[in-house]
Design a protein around this ligand. Structure first.
Ligand SMILES: [Fe+2]
Length: 338
């Protein structure tokens, strides 16, 4: 008997259907202003300036106790990087190679820079993979985290106030109090939003959260070099528009649990239209299969131990384990589509 066939996918080639590229260029003043004299290598001792957040809101406080992968919901903005580090990141973001290859748009965002990768953005990728940064992000998240995948290191949102170019598909400033984004949940369990602009003279820019009772809670938006860590997959939220500053550039890095046994409910729906699908699917498949591999190896070790100890086969336990892995694979089939 032949093995059960996987659902058929018509192979037209992923490269044939590239994500839409914005027609509007990044303003020249941003590109000119981002140049640095010397490219530096990320060094936590020099480039990190961590200060603990003044407040960490728990899931319980917003009525979502027991949901998500951590008891912590969202932090107040906290200092994470030095100004020098932010300058190095901006130099990579506004480099020719990145602007030519990593700028995307969708119905949701008018201009975003994504998937720079460690060849184009070594400083930025080293920063988010550094154990010192990950230790602090994990500490405030209340669970050990790693970047969801390299492709999700640094999705950069750019908003410019003084002209009609690359801005979110957002309300105009006169449509006061309206959000830059609609209510949504993120694609990956946790995000860290880092502000790459100095926010002098800026108002707004908060993150609005919807509590379980429907109340709206506002968390202050980050200032330059500060970050907000949030369990965005499990909370409805939106970024409120900022006013007054010349530019607002933020970097969203997505995280997942380091432990393979923690559930991973990441989805690709929101990022598919603004990604190089071949790269996105390659990295998604790799980490998901690695998680599965770790789970299977761990299960085998436990099975072997049980057998040596002459304990009986745990039928219910094994069926539960298999059902969970089946769901895990099934959700991959849902995400890996044309
Ligand atoms: Fe979000």
């Amino acid at each position: 008997m032949s093995p059960r066939a996987a659902p058929k996918v018509h192979h037209t080639g992923l490269t044939a259907q590239r994500a839409t590229r914005p027609t509007e260029p990044i303003p020249q003043f941003l590109i000119d202003g981002a140049k640095v004299e010397t490219k530096q290598t990320f060094d936590a001792a020099r480039h990190m300036s961590y200060q603990p957040p003044s407040k960490i809101y728990t899931m319980k406080e917003i009525g979502l106790e027991g949901q998500g992968i951590s008891a912590n919901a969202v932090t107040a903005p906290f200092q994470l990087f030095t100004e020098e580090a932010i300058k190095q990141m901006r130099a990579e973001i506004f480099s020719k190679d990145v602007l030519e290859n990593c700028q995307y748009m969708s119905a949701f965002v008018k201009s975003t820079i994504r998937g720079m990768g460690s060849a184009r953005a070594p400083f930025t990728c080293d920063a988010w993979n550094s154990s010192a940064v990950l230790a602090k992000v994990s500490e405030v998240a209340g669970i050990e985290l790693i970047p969801a995948m390299d492709y999700e290191i640094g999705a950069i949102n750019i908003s410019v106030n003084d002209q009609s170019v690359p801005i979110f598909n957002a309300p105009k400033p006169d449509e006061d109090k309206l959000p830059a984004f609609a209510w949504h949940r993120d694609s990956y369990p946790f995000v860290c939003v880092t502000m790459l602009s100095d926010c002098v003279g800026m108002t707004g820019g908060e993150t609005a959260l919807k509590t379980a009772s429907g109340e709206i809670m506002k968390v202050r938006g980050p200032a330059m070099g500060t970050a907000v860590v949030m369990q965005g997959r499990y909370m409805e939220h939106q970024a409120l528009k900022a006013y007054g500053g010349r530019e607002q550039i933020s970097m969203v890095t997505s995280f997942r649990a380091k432990c393979p046994h923690v559930r991973d409910e990441s989805v690709l729906t929101g990022v598919r239209p603004i990604s190089n699908l071949s790269e996105l699917y390659t990295q998604y498949t790799r980490y998901r299969l690695e998680v599965l591999e770790d789970r299977v190896r761990d299960r085998l070790r436990k099975e072997q131990y049980r057998d040596i100890a002459k304990r009986e086969f745990d039928l219910e336990g094994m069926r539960t384990f298999l059902a969970e892995q089946k769901d895990f694979i099934e959700s991959m089939l849902e995400e890996l589509v044309e």
